[in-house]
Design a protein around this ligand. Structure first.
Ligand SMILES: *Cc1c(COP(=O)(O)O)cnc(C)c1O
Length: 365
C-alpha cells in the first residue's frame, strides 16, 4: 500500500512531550551516560544512536517494514548479502545492474565460496531459479532501464526455497513496493533520490522477515558499517520533501521523454513511461510512477559530450536523483552501452525551463 507521507511528516511530532524540539535533534555522541547495570538503554555509538532511530522510524513508515540504515547503498547491499549467503550458497545477480554489486560478488563473495551467476535483467527468469539460495534483482536496471516481473521472481524463488533481494534505488518506496510484490528484502542507495540533495551517502535495508533483519542488524553492529549521525540527519531532512521532489521529477521526466523522443538529434530514448518502451507494460503493472531516470542515445560520443557539457541546467556528474538534473555517458565507466548513450536524471527544475535548456543544447549539435 502507498505510504502516507503526511503521516510520515508528523511521526516525530505526534510523539513529542511539551517543550521538545519539533525538528529532529542531531546526536553526535559515541558515549552514553550508563551507570550501574545496563538494561536496554543506549550503550555505545556503534550500536545505538537516537538520530538513526528516528530516521529508521521514518524509513520503516515508507517501506511498511522494519528498516536499518547504512552509511551508503553499497554498505546496505553488503549487509543484505553477508546476512543471507554462506560458503557454498548460489547467488544470482543481474549482469546489467549497478556494477559495484557485481564487483562485491566477484571480488569478495566468490572468494569466500559463494557461487555467483549473472544474467541480464531482460532474461532474468530464463533458466529458472532452482538451486539458487539468494536471487538479487534490480528493476528497472541501472542504467539500461530494463524491467522484470518482481512478483513472478519472488514467487518462483520462494517456491524453489530461495530468498529474494531487490535493489529499489531508482524507484524509491514511493514509486515501487517490492516487499508488497513478495520480495523478501529491499536494499536502496539513499544517496540518490531519497536524500535528494547530492550532499551525502546513505543506504537502507528493509524486510518483513525478522530473522533476516536480525542478521542484518548483527552485521551492522559487528562489521561497524554504521551511518554517521550527521548523514542520518541529512537523509531524514531529505525524506521530508521526498514526496514533492519525486512527484515533480517523475512528472518532468514524462514530459521530457516524449519531447526527446521526437527530437531529430536523438537516436533513441529509453523511458518506462513511453508507450513503445520495452519496459512500459511491466512499469504500468508494477510501479506507481515511471521514474525520473531516462536514457537517450545521440549520434556520436562527441555529440553526447557536447550536449551534456553545453547545457547549463545539466550537471555533468555521475550519480542521480538530486534536485539538480544531471547526465553522463555511461560508457565512460565501461558499462556495456553505446558510446553515445546518456543517462539523464531529471531534477526539480521547472520543466519548461529545463526543456528549453535541453532543446537549445541539442539544437546546437
Ligand atoms: C548508487 C547505487 C548503488 C550504490 O549506492 P552508494 O550509496 O553509492 O553506495 C546501488 N544500487 C544502485 C541501483 C545505485 O544506483
Amino acid at each position: 500500500m502507498a505510504p502516507k507521507t503526511g503521516e510520515m511528516l508528523h511521526l516525530r511530532g505526534n510523539a513529542l512531550s511539551k517543550g521538545e524540539p519539533v525538528a529532529l535533534p542531531l546526536t553526535q555522541s559515541s558515549m552514553y551516560h550508563l551507570p550501574g547495570t545496563p538494561d536496554g538503554q543506549a550503550s555505545y555509538g556503534r550500536v545505538d544512536n537516537p538520530t538513526w532511530v528516528h530516521l529508521e522510524h521514518v524509513l520503516s513508515h515508507l517501506e511498511d517494514a522494519p528498516c536499518l540504515s547504512f552509511p551508503s547503498g553499497m554498505a546496505a547491499i553488503s549487509a543484505a548479502l553477508f546476512a543471507t549467503v554462506k560458503a557454498g550458497s548460489r547467488l544470482l545477480i543481474p549482469s546489467d545492474g549497478y556494477y559495484v554489486t557485481r564487483l562485491l560478488a566477484d571480488r569478495f563473495l566468490s572468494r569466500l565460496g559463494v557461487i555467483v551467476e549473472e544474467r541480464p535483467t531482460i532474461a532474468f527468469a530464463e533458466g529458472g531459479f532452482d538451486g539458487f539460495d539468494v536471487v538479487f534483482a534490480e528493476s528497472p536496471s541501472n542504467p539500461g532501464l530494463d524491467m522484470i516481473d518482481l512478483t513472478e521472481v519472488a514467487d518462483r524463488v520462494r517456491a524453489a526455497g530461495g530468498i529474494t533481494i531487490a535493489d529499489n534505488t531508482t524507484m524509491t518506496p514511493l514509486g515501487q513496493r517490492p516487499l508488497d510484490l513478495g520480495i523478501d528484502v529491499v536494499v536502496s542507495s539513499d544517496t540518490k533520490a531519497m536524500g535528494g540533495h547530492s550532499d551525502m551517502l546513505m543506504g537502507h535495508v528493509a524486510s518483513r522477515n525478522g530473522d533476516i533483519m536480525e542478521r542484518v542488524g548483527e552485521w551492522r553492529k559487528i562489521s561497524g558499517s554504521i551511518p554517521g549521525p550527521h548523514e542520518a540527519w541529512l537523509l531524514h531532512r531529505g525524506l521530508e520533501t521526498l514526496d514533492v521532489r519525486f512527484d515533480r521529477m517523475c512528472s518532468s521526466a514524462e514530459v521530457l521523454a516524449e519531447r526527446l523522443a521526437a527530437h531529430p538529434a536523438v537516436k533513441q530514448v529509453r523511458y518506462p513511461g513511453l508507450a513503445d518502451d520495452p519496459s512500459h507494460k511491466l512499469a504500468q503493472e508494477q510501479t506507481t510512477r515511471f521514474g525520473f531516470l531516462l536514457s537517450l542515445t545521440l549520434n556520436s560520443e562527441d555529440q553526447a559530450e557536447a550536449f551534456i557539457n553545453n547545457c547549463p541546467l545539466l550537471r555533468p556528474a555521475t550519480s542521480f536523483g538530486g534536485v539538480h538534473s544531471s547526465a553522463e555517458r555511461r560508457a565512460r565507466w565501461g558499462d556495456d552501452v553505446d558510446p553515445a548513450f546518456i543517462r539523464l536524471s531529471v531534477g526539480c527544475e521547472p520543466v519548461e525551463e529545463l526543456w528549453q535548456a535541453i532543446e537549445a543544447s541539442l539544437n546546437a549539435l
